[in-house]
Ligand binder design. Sequence first.
Ligand code: NAD
Length: 331
Amino acid sequence: MKVAVFSVHNFERDYLIKSNAGRHELILLPTPLSESTVALARGCDAVSIFTADNAKAGVLTELSRMGINYVAIRAAGYNQVDLKKAKELNIKVARVPAYSPYAIAEHTIALILALNRKLMRAHQRVMDLNFSLDGLVGFDMNGKTVGVIGTGKIGTVFIQILRGFGCKVLAYDEFKNPIVEQMAGVSYTDFDSLCKQSDIISLHVPLNDGTRYMINSKTIALMKPGVMLINTSRGALIKTKDVIEGLKSRHIGSLGIDVYEEEEGLFFYDHSDADILEDDTISRLMTFKNVLITAHQAFLTETALTNIADTTVSNLDYFSRRESSPNEISA
Ligand code: NAD
């Protein structure tokens, strides 16, 4: 198959080439798929896209017009694809449902520990030959209550790691996970109780109508003063402006995010040559010493990149044989 692979970043290039092993003709394009770049796929049999590409109705219609009926997503999330339109146009869409829940769960822990033990400030001080400790006091993780919102693949691994620290875990999910239910020190509760009782709250649900802006001024008001809030799932789970107010009032003690609701076009790219940062909201977030931001890198491990590339090439194999991939998704 000839495949236009959009949004190829340097970090994944070698993994894709290795997994493909010459099976498909991959046209590796750094640009994201959009209405203005879709023409680059002309002459191909399939496209492959990443998290921030646009595969909405207009783009899918154009792909269909060009005779392209296959989309291979190199990620688990699929909110960038209009699945209803894809079904209508008979375009098959496949994704990588799981590549390493450990990668994301471990990065979540990294954010928590770095914020708690103030590692960014500590490192800056040492580099400045300032070896004083004032202002760097953290807390023991042992005995703290962590609220885990979403107990699917990532949430479950995250809870397993937390239990190693000796944390008490409060879990919330619309469906209880029997594996989590059986874990010692973990109990399911309702969303409000989790907010009220947790010292740390971490989000592991997908973005959907039921989860969009689940963290807002009303739910923040329920939380313990000084709460640590962590989001490695999707930016729009939290209403960023409300979280900024929570940080300003000191109700939120610290914030760690790997995702941001306006991250499209910002994260994954080097803007260091730009004179100004256009986005006032993230600019404000960047002024807080108790906020740690990473640019959607929780998945970025060798294991995850290998699995993403292997599954994507396998999905292309299914497409080329006109067979249904087990990773196909449909409206
Ligand atoms: P999963 O499908 O295994 O688990 C999601 C859980 O959320 C499920 O248990 C589901 O029941 C629950 N859920 C869904 N809607 C809900 C609602 N309205 N209310 C309560 N619970 C709800 O997914 P996963 O593999 O654990 O991934 C979780 C999320 O992590 C993904 O959706 C994605 O947004 C994010 N993610 C981030 C990165 C990153 O690099 N930062 C990488 C991969 C995934």
